[in-house]
Design a protein around this ligand. Sequence first.
Ligand SMILES: [Zn+2]
Ligand SMILES: [Zn+2]
Length: 265
Amino acid sequence: MGLRIHFVVDPQGWFCMGLIIFVWLFNTLFIPKIILFPHYEEEHISLVTLLCYYLVAFFCVVSLLRASVADPGRLPESPKIPVTERDFWELCNKCNMMRPKRSHHCSRCGHCVRKMDHHCPWINNCVGEDNHWLFLQLCFYTELLSSYTLLLDFCHCYYFEPLKKVNWDIFVFRHELALIRISTFMGLIMLIGITGLFYTQLTGIFNDTTSIEKLANCCEDISRPRKPWQQTFSEVFGTRWKILWFIPFRQRRPLRVPHHFANHV
Ligand SMILES: [Zn+2]
Ligand SMILES: [Zn+2]
């Protein structure tokens, strides 16, 4: 299930995701070239500072690509519903298929998604039960990468010693100030945007409520017994091992098999 590639045909989504990849490429190419490598060569920063930047950038792009092509939790054409679970399923009046409660029909993708949170144009995919953990990782690593980039831009302009050995005839150094300003601008936009999104995502998981349920002010679900936050987070990430919550190179396994029981008992 987790290995299934899911590709949404939506030119608007491709454009949005293209913008995100452009911001990532711009910073991952120019920040090391203008700031990290020259300052490392002149011994102003350590190798760890340089490697950490690449590591965070790598984790960020892996979670972006995986969140984008992962199956968010699409329902099969004719699901087998155990007799004991029938009360927890309902009919979607848009695609005429049975789905567990808390699923939602995404008009953009044209199908129902289990425990759908929202459709995100920036990853050109739905965020649902099976890829929510990757979306959270993407928010986390984008926050980290934007903050790191802004910190490096600031230190390069105001804190680090001036570079003495660089060749000022090379394109990136001739346009150094403009490139740093573009990087700072994009870093600020990403940091501010993702901080708001990440905050609502985290509060949603703390309260075991999806963004769609919040918008719809879903009264029936308010009666759900409140679970401890460790449990709701473990269910989203598919593991109780907190260190694995930060690792995008793994397969998510549902923690509790009949998830609709967990949500509606
Ligand atoms: Zn549907
Ligand atoms: Zn969708």
